[in-house]
Design a protein around this ligand. Structure first.
Ligand code: COA
Ligand code: ZN
Length: 311
């Protein structure tokens, strides 16, 4: 009997982090089609939308309609981003069972993203987490711009540790260490996540990388080596942040799946089906989407198609 493969969990954020940044309007029905395609590929956790001000992010103005319609809610853990109590109320009304608050590591980034100072953002995030948990809702907290802020530059690891600690103290079950603009390098990831894992334990942490400097894969591997087994990723590498200039797309789900599976980890995701979700994401956004494995995956598909024809 082969040894059981260790699981790496991919939390798909394309429908939120990905679509929030697209200039084209993607309808609620089309978002559901994309999520259905991701579900068919075996994705088990999905951040589906955010309950933020529709003025701030018009792309997610349909969150209240979208969430109750999400498919396969029995086997897929859906979450939604909420910035404050108002967002939590809306999320609860829509049936959300897991929320994510977003606390940026710097004052300027919080002001640009959620119109709060760092202190306000910490207080509001903690309050939202407390209220969610009291209501039986699972809560996680993003610590955004955890390595570098587009406005304030390098972020000290001690600050990220302190903010994470405050979110755990408020009752968050998980903290997501997020390289929102894709500025981190593996050495920094290794250092910060080593400390985070030592202080909080790997089981309560996940990591979120963007591929701006082509280091998302290297960073994910560095995080894995520190014990992290849960990663955010976005189908086709969709993504960016409208409030963080210079951020490119997220780590592409298909790239992480290729890397982790080839290294012997089980993601539960079927690459062929995932490719269909990538293609759909491209159709819906009108963009050429796809991670760094695109050329290779396409060649594999062509090879399979030739084999089918010769059989
Ligand atoms: N959902 C919907 N509407 C909300 C809301 C929420 N979660 N929170 C506040 N609002 C509404 C208020 O009701 C008010 O509406 P009105 O103008 O019709 O009276 C308006 O937004 C302003 O409220 P206020 O509390 O003053 O918020 P603000 O203008 O300071 O904005 C946020 C704060 C957090 C609501 C806003 O900055 C935001 O939604 N940011 C999200 C950014 C984001 O999603 N970034 C990407 C992900 S990291
Ligand atoms: Zn992001």
């Amino acid at each position: 009997m082969p040894a059981m493969r260790e699981t790496v969990l991919i939390n798909e954020v394309g429908a939120r982090d990905g679509l929030q940044n697209q200039p084209v309007h993607v309808s609620c029905d089309d978002k559901l089609r994309l999520i259905e395609a991701l579900a068919a590929a075996g994705v088990r956790t999905i951040e589906a939308t955010s309950f933020v001000s529709p003025k701030a992010v018009p792309q997610v103005a349909d969150a209240d309609q979208l969430f109750p319609r999400l498919p396969h809610a029995d086997r897929i853990a859906y979450s939604a981003l909420v910035p404050n109590r108002r967002g939590l109320e809306r999320a609860r009304a829509a049936g959300v069972k897991e929320i994510a608050v977003v606390l940026s590591a710097t004052d300027t980034m919080n002001r640009r993203n959620i119109n709060m100072s760092l202190d306000e953002a910490r207080a509001v995030s903690a309050d939202t987490v407390r209220a969610a948990v009291a209501d039986g809702v699972r809560a996680k907290a993003y610590v955004a711009v955890a390595f570098e802020c587009p406005f304030e530059g390098a972020v000290a690891p001690a600050r990220v540790l302190a903010l994470s600690e405050s979110m755990f103290a408020a009752g968050a079950q998980e903290v997501v260490i997020a390289d929102t603009i894709g500025a981190a390098a593996p050495t920094a990831v290794m250092r910060l996540l080593r400390e985070c894992v030592a202080q909080f334990g790997a089981a309560r942490l996940s990591a979120h990388f963007h591929d701006t400097r082509a280091m998302a894969m290297a960073n994910a591997w560095a995080a894995l080596e520190q014990g992290i087994r849960k990663f955010d990723a976005s189908v086709g590498g969709l993504g960016g942040c409208p409030f963080a200039p210079g951020a490119a797309g997220n780590a592409a789900t298909e790239d992480l799946v290729v890397m982790f599976e080839q290294c012997g980890y089980d993601t539960g995701i079927d690459l062929e089906r995932l490719r269909q979700a990538v293609a759909l994401a491209g159709t819906l956004t009108g963009r050429a989407v796809g991670g760094r494995t695109t050329t290779w995956l396409r060649a594999q598909e062509e090879k399979r198609a030739r084999q089918v024809r010769t059989v």
